[in-house]
Each structure stands twice: as C-alpha cells, then as structure tokens.
Design a binder for this molecule. Structure first.
Ligand SMILES: Nc1ncnc2c1ncn2[C@@H]1O[C@H](COP(=O)(O)OP(=O)(O)OP(=O)(O)O)[C@@H](O)[C@H]1O
Length: 267
C-alpha cells in the first residue's frame, strides 16, 4: 500500500523560548480524502499548517511526504503541496500583475522548460485562470481591480498552476461573505474532482469542513483529541471539546411555525 501523501508523525513544536504549542500530533493525509483541521482559536492549527508546508521544523517528530522526511526535499514538497491563505488582500503582491503572480510557482520551481518560456507561462496561466473560473484577460490586471472572492480565485490559480497533489488551505473562505464563500467551496470541490487534488483545510466553520472533507482532525491546546471520518467526528462527537465546537455552530432559525388552521365555525 502506498504511504499517505503527507503525514504528521509524533510532531511537537514550540516557538523560540515559548511553551510547547503542538504535542505529539499524528495523522495521515490520504490522497483523495479531504482533511479538515478544526479547533478553537489558539489550538495550533496555523502552526501545524506551517510545519506541513515546511516553513518551520518540528522540535520533535516528523512531517513526511510520501512516507519520507522533508530534509533536502523542499522542492518536492513545494511541487506537491501548495498553500492558500486566509486573506486574499494581503496574500497577493499589489505591485504585480495577475499573470506574474499566478506564474510565480512555475518560475521558482523551474517548471518552464520550453524554448519560449513567456508563451509557455502565458498558456499555463490562462489555463489556471480558466480552472478557477476567471477570464483570460484577468492576467493583465492588478489585484486591486478584483473583489475579495476573485482575489481568492487568483490565489487558488497560483496554487494549482504547477499541478500540486495537495492544496493546504488555512481559513480560505473566512474573510468572505456567505454567497462568495459558497461559490469558493463549490470551486474547491470541483477542483478536487477535475484536478485530482487532495484538500487539507483549516476552518473555524464546521459546515465548510463537513461539506468538503471526508476526514476531520480535532485539535485542543496543541493535541489531537479526536480524528476520523467527518460524519462520525462531527455527527457523533466522542470528545467534550468536539461536542463544544459542534454545539457552537449557529443554526438558522426555521420557518415560523404554521398556525394551525382554526376549525371552521360551525355556529
Ligand atoms: N509567531 C509566534 N510566536 C510565538 N507564539 C506563537 C506564534 N504564532 C502562534 N503562536 C502561539 O501558538 C499557539 C497556537 O497558535 P496558532 O495560530 O497555531 O493557533 P490557531 O489554532 O491557528 O488559532 P486561530 O484559529 O486563532 O488562528 C498560540 O498559543 C499562539 O499564541
């Protein structure tokens, strides 16, 4: 059996001089199975994302890509795992045009190999923009010319342009209004199928996790307190922390109860 595409194995982490913020965290990311990372603010989700992206090293334990440690494999990791961050305003360089922003992974990973690299880059950027539902002419514009939802699409185009296997999304929709949020979730679901992407998603919003992820890992104060199939973890939570998270999901009020029809006046 092939190893998980990505795995945290006995991961511990402390920021310099600080207390441990992740303790013995282990879980596999199985190719094709979306994984949600949930937990209260400060639980360590974003820190874990940084470790999974190789932006910081565990103080003990390991992050594995295809069953092997990351040391010396930074390029393979970047090729396989691409991030999408929360804030579509700060994550795109306002001085660069969209074509340059989206092509960045192609350039930095040395993936433009044909003789006419400009043409190859333009073709691949146009293709990525199409995958995320943006018109080709978006390539020649600047980030400030787009709405928040469109900017997040640009960030997703940049993430998928190099054909990664995993999209690691840290609160990718939490800065957006509900309608835009739903359309982006639909886009991520579609990319999962059309591009064969495995999505790992950090979200405060359990409904987002439930709609996109087959597996869920629940973190509390840097420890995994529950993990498994999302339907089981969120549907019938076994740990008090998960029960609190589930109980905190706001529910829309139902339609007003229909007034029972008055019996016809027989009088
Ligand atoms: N750069 C840093 N230096 C020191 N401590 C940090 C740093 N970043 C985060 N922490 C601490 O690490 C712990 C975990 O933070 P982290 O941001 O990973 O949690 P989180 O679950 O992503 O929270 P949120 O949902 O609010 O984003 C917290 O106690 C936080 O204060």
């Amino acid at each position: 059996m092939s190893p998980p595409v990505l795995e945290a194995r006995g991961v511990h982490f402390a920021y310099r001089g600080g207390p441990e913020v992740l303790t013995d965290v282990s879980f596999p990311v199985v190719a094709g199975r979306g994984l949600g990372l949930v937990g209260e603010s400060g639980a360590g989700k974003s820190t874990l994302v940084r470790l999974l992206l190789g932006l910081a090293r565990p103080t003990a334990g390991q992050v594995l890509l295809d069953g092997e440690g990351l040391r010396g494999r930074e390029r393979a990791l970047r090729r396989a795992v691409q991030p999408v961050f929360q804030d579509p305003y700060s994550s795109l360089d306002p001085r660069q045009r969209v074509d340059r922003i989206v092509a960045e992974p192609l350039r930095s990973l040395g993936l433009l190999t044909s003789r006419d690299r400009r043409a190859e880059s333009a073709r691949r950027v146009a293709e990525a923009l199409r995958w995320v539902g943006l018109p080709e002419e978006a390539a020649s514009r600047y980030p400030h010319e787009f709405s928040g939802g469109q900017r997040q699409r640009i960030a997703i185009a940049r993430a998928v342009v190099c054909g990664p296997r995993v999209l690691l999304a840290d609160e990718p929709v939490s800065a957006l209004d509900v309608v835009t949020k739903v359309s982006l979730i639909d886009l991520l679901a579609e990319l999962r199928h059309s591009r064969g992407l495995t999505v790992v998603m950090v979200s405060h919003d359990l409904t987002v996790v439930a709609s996109l992820c087959e597996e869920t890992v629940v973190l509390e104060k840097g420890r995994v307190v529950e993990r498994g199939a999302t339907a089981a973890v969120l549907g019938a939570p076994g740990h008090p922390h998960t029960r609190r998270l589930v109980a905190g999901v706001p529910r829309l009020p139902g339609p007003p109860a229909q007034r029972t029809a008055e019996p016809p006046d027989s009088g």
